[in-house]
Design a protein around this ligand. Structure first.
Ligand SMILES: [Fe+2]
Length: 191
């Protein structure tokens, strides 16, 4: 379930709002300048479905979002458990660790979750706004916004990424280990 949890940025225990109501989530995020949308979920989505088929399924929505052509690179990020691969856990841990620390980007970070789950933590002083995205959720983190991302201890997601520049995913890390003081994705959804 999509989840929004708003906390004080100096005290993760001070939870100011926790809701799974999509319309409230949209309103709260819009009030903070964060774009959030929901697209119809794609049914029958198995691990065997090629990336091209997923992108083709959402072609109209993607074209609408990119009406002005600002996103010149659109691809799929895909990380799903593979028990047949003995290296999977190590790969997953490495992938998870990449964006667990606070950073920002030179362009908007736009992600549409086709399936699975991931959490954006937006550091919007004096708050930390945690958005647990699931299949059907689109979120756009504005350029320059301090944030971090947790894909959980068992990453499982397929997400469409929209980039203006090929290296748009590169993070400018702030050096603030604030992320370590907030509940991880697994803890957030278990609460
Ligand atoms: Fe990021």
């Amino acid at each position: 379930m999509t989840l929004l949890q708003i906390m004080a940025d100096d005290d993760a225990g001070e939870v100011r709002l926790r809701t799974g109501d999509a319309s409230v989530i949209g309103t709260e995020l819009a009030g903070r300048g964060i774009e959030f949308d929901r697209w119809p979920a794609m049914s029958g989505l198995g691990a065997h479905i090629p990336n091209e088929d997923i992108l083709a399924h959402y072609a109209d929505r993607i074209a609408e979002l990119n009406a002005d052509g600002r996103y010149r690179h659109i691809d799929l990020a895909r990380l799903q458990p593979d028990d047949a691969d003995p290296q999977w856990s190590a790969k997953a841990e490495a992938a998870r660790g990449k964006f667990l620390s606070e950073h920002r980007h030179a362009e908007d970070e736009v992600r549409f979750f086709v399936t699975g789950r991931g959490c954006f933590y937006l550091h919007l002083e004096p708050e930390v706004v945690a958005v647990v995205c699931e299949g059907g959720d689109l979120v756009s983190v504005p350029a320059g916004t301090r944030h971090w991302f947790d894909m959980g201890t068992r990453p499982d997601f397929v997400a469409v990424r929209f980039f203006e520049e090929e290296d748009g995913w590169i993070g400018d890390f702030t050096g603030d280990e604030i992320g370590a003081r907030f509940p991880a994705l697994d803890e957030l959804i278990a609460a």
